[in-house]
Write a protein that binds this ligand. Structure first.
Ligand code: MLT
Length: 259
């Protein structure tokens, strides 16, 4: 079984990987901006959006990354510019570990290279058990909204309502699988120096989930990486779509010209 894929536009391929509790529609603004001359490929994580439930077995991001490669193979997509936000960034590291030859540029947003410390890892396992026990994701909707969006964005119905809708579309099994997979992810700090493709690293000054020093550490580790700080919370592409798209478009310009 493969994850759901959303494939829009033609040209050089850009693969978008979404954050925890969201789905591929997180990238709607970027697809609107880029799909005129690029092929925008998005996948939904297991149990999110329109993807099937998680597979049996040990939850791992590497396992999902292998499924993403299978999706690319099925669509005959050889190389991509990869854009990952938060959990999507953790997945980007997993993909770099597995198949760096498939990645021609990397955009890492609101994410960290380190593994979890004991406290956050325990919190993930507690949430996983809770949604499974409750057979519902309702109890995490408002806490996640409060963590993911800056106070200003929480007051904007056009930003916050779709975020709530995306969380509610996730299944308890998908949320539990993602939390356990993130809890088990390895440290990727040692990987950074091997990233030898153009890289853009984006942080949000009001990000309550990944603080800017953690994002800056990624920039410091990747040779020649560009760095951008936007005035927003965790979901930089949703809170600041104009600035985000401007910088993303400029960063991807050589690939657009090639198509
Ligand atoms: C995300 O936004 O993908 C997650 O909140 C990341 C995390 O929990 O570490």
């Amino acid at each position: 079984m493969l994850p759901a894929i959303h494939d829009t536009g033609t040209g050089e391929a850009v693969l978008f990987l979404h954050a925890f509790t969201l789905d591929a529609s997180q990238w709607d603004h970027q697809v609107a901006a880029l799909s005129g001359d690029m092929r925008c490929v998005r996948v939904d994580f297991w149990g999110c959006g329109t993807s099937p439930p998680p597979p049996a077995g040990e939850p791992s991001l590497e396992g999902f990354a292998r499924s993403v490669i299978a999706v690319l193979d099925a669509r005959h997509i050889d190389r991509v510019a990869l854009v990952g936000l938060s959990m999507g960034g953790y997945l980007a590291f997993a993909l770099w570990r597995l198949a760096p030859e498939r990645i021609r540029a990397l955009v890492l947003c609101n994410t960290r290279a380190t593994a979890d410390a004991d406290g956050p890892r325990t919190d993930r396992l507690v949430m996983a058990e809770r949604v499974e026990r409750e057979r519902s994701v309702e109890s995490i909707v408002e806490p996640m909204v409060a963590r993911m969006l800056s106070p200003g964005a929480q007051a904007e119905a056009h930003i916050v309502d779709p975020v709530r809708g995306r969380i509610r579309r996730c299944t308890p099994a998908g949320i539990a699988f993602a939390q356990r997979a993130m809890a088990a992810r390895p440290d990727s700090t040692g990987l950074l120096a091997s990233i030898d493709v153009p890289a853009l690293v984006i942080a949000g000054t009001e990000d309550a989930i990944v603080a800017t020093p953690e994002v800056r550490a990624i920039r410091g580790g990747i040779p020649g990486a560009r760095y951008l700080e936007l005035d927003c919370g965790h979901l930089s592409n949703l809170e600041r779509p104009g600035a985000f798209n401007r910088h993303l478009t400029e960063f991807l310009a050589p690939a657009r010209m090639a198509s």
